[in-house]
Every structure is written in C-alpha cells, then in structure tokens.
Design a protein around this ligand. Structure first.
Ligand SMILES: Nc1nc2c(ncn2[C@@H]2O[C@H](COP(=O)(O)OP(=O)(O)OP(=O)(O)O)[C@@H](O)[C@H]2O)c(=O)[nH]1
Ligand SMILES: [Zn+2]
Length: 292
C-alpha cells in the first residue's frame, strides 16, 4: 500500500492512505540503513499489520521531489503565504524575507492577503500591484465573510502546499474553512498563549477534500535570511532579472552604480518601491553579517 506521512510524533508516523484512512506506523524498513529519516510529506510504501487498529509499518520512502529545511517537510509543490491586508498591516520586510527563503528553496509562492474586509480598495490595489509585478500569484480573502475561498481551493487542489504566516492574520480561521476537521483554535493570541497552545501544537498535513494536502506551520514573527553573499541577493528578487541586462556594470548591486537597469525600472514605476527598499535593507544586513 502507498500513502503519505502527515504527522510524526514520538517515533510514530501517521500515514494517510487515500480511501482507507490513517495508519499509525513505525519505521522499520530497510531504508533505515540508508540513514534516511522519514519526513512529514514523504510518500511511503507501508505494510498493514492490523487493519482493525489501523497499525502498520513503513517499508520504503519513495523518492522525494524536494525537501525543505524550513519548515521541515518533503514533496512540497508550493507555499501559501498568508498575511492580513489590515489589522495587523502587512509587515513587508517579513513577507519579502519569506519570499526570499522560498525562492532559495525553489518553491513557488501564492501570496494571500486575508481580512480584505478591513482594508480600503486603494490599500488592496497597492498590495496586489506590489506582489503581482514581482511575479507572484496574489489572492485576497476574508475568512470572516468567507470570501475568496473558491480561488484558494482551486490553487490548492491536488497539490501539497505549506501554509505559513505571522500570528493573528487569520491563518487558523482560513484553515478551518478549508479543512473543517483541522479544528484549529482561533481568536485572541494572548488567550491562546495562556492556554499553552503553542507548546503542544504539532505541524501536520491535512488532506483536502478536493485532493491535495496543506501543511500548517506555526505562526512566526521573524525570519533569518538564508546564508548567502550579498551579491546573490538580487537573484532572489525575480522581478530584477528582466532589467539586469541593462545595468552598465557587470555584478551591479543596484544601489549606488550609475546606469543601473533596476533603478531605472524603479523610477519608471515598473519595480515596486516597497520591494526595492527591502532589497536595500537586506543587502545592508548581509553586508554587516559578513564583516564579522
Ligand atoms: N475582520 C476579519 N477578522 C478576521 C478575519 N480572519 C480572521 N479574523 C480574526 O482575526 C483574529 C485572528 O485569527 P486567527 O485565525 O486566530 O489567526 P492566526 O493567524 O491563526 O493566529 P495564530 O494562531 O496566533 O497564528 C481572530 O479574532 C479572527 O476572528 C477576516 O477575514 N476578517
Ligand atoms: Zn543595477
């Protein structure tokens, strides 16, 4: 039988088998000699030990399409990045860091701005323009009013998507609408912390009714840039690629150089000032880091 690991807790792996359910498995297969550790997201071959009790044994880990380090998950097709359009206002620096991290790991991203009901039309237009012109899929939702969910479902269908976002943007509310079985606790952040919720929650994959899986990751408030030279940073801003051939100097950093194609595109309104400002900030950050 073949299935997908949706969760791993204390040496047990929970394997989702289409039309059969979830099996609690141990990893005893020959792959153990090959030093491969099963990961959430792995497609595996399993032997059923007890159908009644839904117990099994993982015999083989099938070849991985990819393997992310942050978050640790295998076979991811895309990332669904959730920010709120308002309350809290999107932290663009955090969003751009996330996009760089995903570019680095070669994972396509869909940027979803939730709470569209709380933002003005003009604000939504800026968000859309900023990230669409950078080459990303952009969607708007309101979990509160159940708006925009059809489009998100269509994007998720048949794929494995990791869902990420800072706290308080409505990620749990959205996941509950997409997979009611997930029963994520929603609401006031401080109340949740009081209950110690964040210490007990495991990251896991949820099967979607229409096919595909979503991988819920804990809310975050900071992201470290992947280890790289500052000169590489521009390669993780996909919108720069078109304009770089116009830069006068080879290896142009797009900051102080004259005759810079990227800065010309910025002035012409073809590259977003929000994105460019973050590029400069992150470039400085990488420069500082390398000094020590
Ligand atoms: N107005 C409005 N409020 C929303 C929307 N989505 C969620 N909320 C509210 O925003 C608050 C945070 O929602 P959650 O779903 O708990 O947020 P979260 O991102 O999962 O937060 P963490 O679990 O802390 O990571 C709750 O009070 C929700 O009711 C929305 O689309 N519009
Ligand atoms: Zn340049």
């Amino acid at each position: 039988m073949q299935g997908k690991i949706i969760k791993g807790i204390a040496g047990f792996y929970y394997v989702h088998v289409a039309e059969s359910g979830i099996y609690e498995c141990k990893a005893k297969g020959s792959f153990r000699n090959q030093k491969v550790k099963p990961l959430v997201g792995d497609d595996v071959r399993l032997e059923v030990l007890n159908e009644e009790e839904k117990k099994g044994n993982i015999e083989e880990i099938l070849p991985r399409k990819n393997q992310l380090i942050r978050p640790a998950v295998a076979n991811v097709d895309q990332a669904l990045m959730i920010f709120s359009a308002a309350k809290p206002r999107p932290n663009f620096n955090l969003l751009d860091r996330f996009l760089i991290l995903m570019e680095y790991q070669q994972v396509p991203v869909v940027v979803c701005f939730n709470k569209q009901d709380l933002a003005a039309e003009e604000e939504l237009a800026v968000l859309e323009q900023t990230y669409r012109s950078a080459g990303y899929e952009v969607r708007f939702t309101s979990a509160a009013r159940e708006e925009g969910l059809g489009e998100i479902r269509a994007l998720l269908k048949g794929k494995t998507s990791t869902v990420a976002g800072p706290s308080g943007v409505g990620k749990s509310s959205l996941i509950n609408l997409l997979v009611p079985e997930a029963e994520m606790e929603t609401g006031n952040i401080s109340r949740k912390i009081e209950r110690g919720k964040h210490t007990t929650r495991h990251s896991e994959l949820f099967a979607l009714e229409e096919g595909g899986f979503i991988f819920d990751t804990p809310g975050f408030s900071s992201i470290y840039l992947p280890d790289m030279e500052k000169e590489e940073l521009g390669t993780y801003f996909p919108e720069f690629a078109r304009y770089e051939p116009k830069c006068r100097f080879q290896g142009c950093a797009h900051i102080h150089e004259p005759g810079c194609g990227v800065k010309e595109a910025l002035e012409a309104g073809e590259i977003s000032p929000i994105r460019y400002e973050n590029y400069k900030l992150l470039y400085e950050e990488l420069k500082e880091k390398r000094r020590y």
